[in-house]
Design a protein around this ligand. Structure first.
Ligand code: NAP
Length: 265
């Protein structure tokens, strides 16, 4: 049996959207620690640059920051071109940026729906499309979407538009994985449960307590829990995995009933 040698991360160029904080920052940090050239994005170029400088300092890695609003198709195209120009190639896209504003269905306006779908669903689709030419030139590619358990697996009152956007990402993923397989580009998704980030903290203490109590492993996730999964799906070792999802939720979606949870341990 023969094994294809693993490409060192030093030879990989990675884009992480929504890398200025939370899960995206954790992903960018892990890739930088491995030695990859990392471009992280946020809406504001200066803020993204500051985070990139911080990560470059703490990891000793190569990190740059770009200002890209995922509602702007031209900015997304420019992002992919800038990364390829800067690194010479583009191998991995972690389409991670997302928003999760709470809005009960009765109060939801067309504008509320548009915004969530525009950033979470259309934004990740456009980011994938923008990176394709560079990946095709490289002769390979890895795309890792950050979806969620909310939508694909569970529901939560107040987040129906969010759930629709996250489930929509998986419909996109399956079609894209098929289209891109001939180009040796894989498309997979991580489905985080409740992960301690600035965005999650903003939901308030009650929410955090309620969520912690519903996780069999007894804690909220950390950004590194998601980053490790993204790193694996972006690696050479995951070359034969495409169109798949990986749930990382501490077992939160396992219990069939409240009893199943409370009798744990
Ligand atoms: P977060 O802390 O709120 O960070 C969100 C990131 O997205 C920031 O870097 C932000 O950058 C960027 N962003 C927001 N709006 C944007 C826009 N219009 N254009 C470009 N970038 C934009 O969120 P998080 O908790 O890390 O979540 C990251 C991803 O994981 C999201 O897709 C979310 O749905 C998913 N997720 C999170 C959890 C969780 O428990 N935390 C669970 C399941 C799924 P700037 O503010 O600098 O623009």
């Amino acid at each position: 049996m023969s094994f294809t040698p693993r490409t060192p991360w030093q030879d990989r160029s990675v884009v992480v959207t929504g890398g200025t904080r939370g899960i995206g920052r954790g992903i960018a940090e892990l890739f930088a620690r491995q030695g990859a050239a990392v471009a992280l994005t946020g809406r504001d170029a200066e803020a993204a640059g500051k985070v990139a400088d911080d990560l470059a300092r703490t990891t000793g890695g190569r990190v740059c920051g770009l200002g890209v609003d995922l509602r702007d198709p031209e900015a997304i195209e420019a992002m992919a071109a800038a990364v390829e120009r800067r690194h010479g190639h583009l191998d991995v896209l972690c389409a991670n940026a997302g928003i999760f504003p709470e809005k009960p269905l009765r109060e939801m306006t067309a504008a509320d729906i548009d915004e969530v779908l525009q950033v979470n669903l259309r934004g990740s689709m456009l980011a994938v499309r923008a990176c394709l030419p560079a990946m095709e030139r490289a002769g390979h590619g890895r795309i890792v979407l950050t979806s969620s358990i909310t939508g694909p697996t569970t529901g939560f009152p107040g987040w129906s538009h969010y759930g629709a956007s996250k489930a929509g990402q998986l419909g996109f993923l399956r079609g894209a994985a098929l289209e891109l397989a001939p180009h040796r580009i894989t498309v997979n998704a991580v489905l985080p449960g409740n992960i301690r980030t600035e965005g999650l903290d903003a939901m308030g203490e009650d929410y955090l307590r309620q969520m912690t109590a519903s996780i069999p492993l007894g804690r909220l996730g950390g950004t590194a829990d998601i980053a490790q999964a993204a790193l694996f799906l972006a690696s050479d070792e995951a070359a034969f995995i495409t169109g798949q999802t990986l749930t990382i939720d501490g077992g939160q979606t396992l219990p069939e009933s409240l009893d199943a949870l409370t009798t744990t341990g």
